[in-house]
Design a protein around this ligand. Sequence first.
Ligand code: ZN
Ligand code: ZN
Length: 214
Amino acid sequence: MKYHRIPVGPFATNCVLVEDPETHDGIIVDPGGDGTTIVDRIDTLGIHPVQIVLTHGHMDHCLDTSNLAVQYGVPVAMHAEDLPMYQNLAKQVEALMGPAAAAAFIPDKMVEPTVFLEGGHEVTFGKTTAKVIHLPGHTPGGIGLLFSDEIPVLVCGDTIFRDGVGRTDLWGGSWETLLESINEKVFALPDDTLLVSGHGAETTVGREKQHFPY
Ligand SMILES: [Zn+2]
Ligand SMILES: [Zn+2]
């Protein structure tokens, strides 16, 4: 696989374009805003998107989901446990950006996810396959996408960051569950596994394990 990390939107969320290097089929992970920037990158890179995947249902990871789903005619995939959050995108947006911004996110204007991913499922595009890992804690339906390349890559949403972990004080968050996801699933991966988080720069499993205070 080949990936491109694009910080977008009001919270510099990492939208991650992942492409199959041979066929250039790709997926758009977390289109959290700045849709035109994402489209420009897709055009420049010559990627052919086949699916949108949401690591979780927080607004800063979903803002341009419907726009891009319509533009490319592709399905939206996420874990079913975060669907209520996605369906309440308007409420999330209103709380953070005001009622005018929320108007675009009333449910009948939104593209509903039709693909529901669970731990152990696979996401395939071109000749590339990612394994879905359920990473609850930051939200109930948080997921990571694991690419078992020579150097493995985990696109892990807001579960773990370079020098930090996801907050658990929002709806459905659980500190114990987050630690379980990190210790038992993320840290079970090889030390050289590259972590592409929902915000900030890449890190590795080995680096975060070394500094992990919990
Ligand atoms: Zn989040
Ligand atoms: Zn986030």
